[in-house]
Design a protein around this ligand. Sequence first.
Ligand SMILES: Nc1ncnc2c1ncn2[C@@H]1O[C@H](COP(=O)(O)OP(=O)(O)O)[C@@H](O)[C@H]1O
Ligand SMILES: [Mg+2]
Length: 252
Amino acid sequence: MKNKIEIQKLYKAFGEKKVLQGIDLDIYEGEIISIVGKSGTGKSVILKNLIGLMKPDTGRIIVDYEDFTQSSGDNFYRIQQKFGVLFQMAALFDSMNIYDNVAFGLRRKKKDESFIKKRVPELLEQVGLKDIETKMPSEISGGMQKRVGLARALAMNPQIMLYDEPTTGVDPITGSAVDKLILKMNNAFNITSIVITHDLESAFRISDRIAMLHEGNLIFLGTPDQYKNSNDSVIRQFSAGRANPSEQTEIQ
Ligand SMILES: Nc1ncnc2c1ncn2[C@@H]1O[C@H](COP(=O)(O)OP(=O)(O)O)[C@@H](O)[C@H]1O
Ligand SMILES: [Mg+2]
């Protein structure tokens, strides 16, 4: 199996607070891998390091066998373009309608308006949306906002999609629709998918592999079945926490 990304000995601290303490993880081309763990363990910090929004203290991120961490200028930008992200709250621009939100990156890339006019409805259709171009983000549901955020990311033809807590804050029906979309994107475009989540049920449904982050280290890496059968006490506790909603509340 070909490695798409290699995370090597990644360390990141904020002052005294050591968040990542030597993360090593190879991510295979075309897989769906979920990174799970409690709130505040550093899942979003991994995501930000992966896409170059944050630099690690030490360690490297290798993408397609190229060192992203040490790259700069045009090279950095070229590698960063391989990533698409669906941020936690979809992060749409509130003052732009849906059309302009989806068109945003295409316009930055100086695509023709005639191309954009054709492309935006196609992208919306891929995420199951129609005829909402003139609506504002505040006029559509949270689940629809996530779809629009995904359409906006897909517009840039990413090779790797990162999803930060895609099912957090949406009802279970929307959550399972989001799961299906992640699977669809993965299948249709062979996009390598990294899902950051504390929603184990969702991780079980969609993942080829699950990695568990705990106190700065990856303490588990394996298939959903291996995860379910693990006797590790931290994993058992985390799984049991699913039954206790107070353990899962994430305030963001
Ligand atoms: N830019 C930052 N400055 C200082 N501390 C940060 C920063 N980003 C994250 N942290 C801290 O790092 C820890 C992990 O955060 P995060 O990755 O957001 O957790 P989660 O696993 O919930 O996504 C938290 O304690 C958070 O307060
Ligand atoms: Mg987070």
